[in-house]
Design a protein around this ligand. Structure first.
Ligand code: 0HH
Length: 209
């Protein structure tokens, strides 16, 4: 098997959960920055005209959640039973719902919408707190079962960007806060976050965060 290639802009954005999954699981990959010649070279190659994209030998896959799921199937990050896989999907879809709201705020409504977004954030985080409280996720760092899955990288990245947007947003959510701290303490995550590539990569493409 050849090395994976992750084709994306030099932002965390929708690439960061994928990057962290790859790094934390010791999966070798090459990063390709499509920002230099996006319109002419890269965009026409992409099935929906967008990235991130993952090249897996001859297979080019786009859509960030499809990429996470593909990697999860191949590398044992999709639970141990069908029920666990379904719950992982459910949580990941919840992550996608909030991420879409976040993207809308950042790229379309930051100045006018930030205060209202932050005021409503507890309502958005509460379902995750409740879901995670049932299986010791605050101790294991895994949102379903006792083995981590792709949804953990996506949810943890979602928490990570919200802590930047609203630094106190986890204060009233002890399970989520402990879960997020477990993620930050994972050796592979810690090591990755110490790299200059991580530290210098902006969260979003327009400088807002
Ligand atoms: N549903 C898709 C997914 O989940 C959505 C992908 C998407 O929105 O994968 N892709 C955007 C890039 S994410 C895209 O391809 C936003 C990052 C913008 C970075 C801009 C450049 C920053 C340079 C430092 N957009 C390009 C396009 O639509 O033409």
């Amino acid at each position: 098997m050849g090395k994976y290639q992750l084709i994306y802009f030099n932002v965390r954005g929708r690439g960061e959960a994928i990057r962290t999954l790859l790094k934390d699981n010791g999966i070798d990959y090459e990063e390709i920055n499509c920002g230099n010649n996006w319109q002419k070279e890269w965009k026409p190659q992409m099935q929906f005209g967008q990235t991130p994209a993952l090249r897996d030998n001859d297979f080019l896959l786009v859509q960030s959640n499809a990429i996470l799921r593909h990697l999860a199937r191949k590398h044992g990050l999709y639970g141990d039973t069908e029920e666990e896989a379904a719950l992982i999907d459910m949580i990941n879809d919840g992550v996608e719902d909030l991420r879409s709201k976040y993207v809308n705020l950042i790229y379309r409504n930051y100045e006018n919408g930030k205060d209202e977004y932050i005021a409503d954030l507890p309502n958005q985080l509460q379902p995750f707190e409740k879901l995670l409280s049932s299986n010791g996720a605050d101790r294991s760092g895994c949102c379903v079962g006792t083995k981590c899955s792709f949804a953990d990288y996506n949810l943890s990245d979602l928490l990570d960007i919200h802590v930047v947007l609203a630094p106190k947003c986890l204060e009233d959510f002890p399970i989520l806060k402990a879960y997020y701290q477990q993620y930050l303490a994972r050796p592979g995550v810690l090591e990755y976050r110490e790299t200059e590539a991580f530290k210098q990569r902006p969260i979003n493409g327009n400088g807002k965060q």
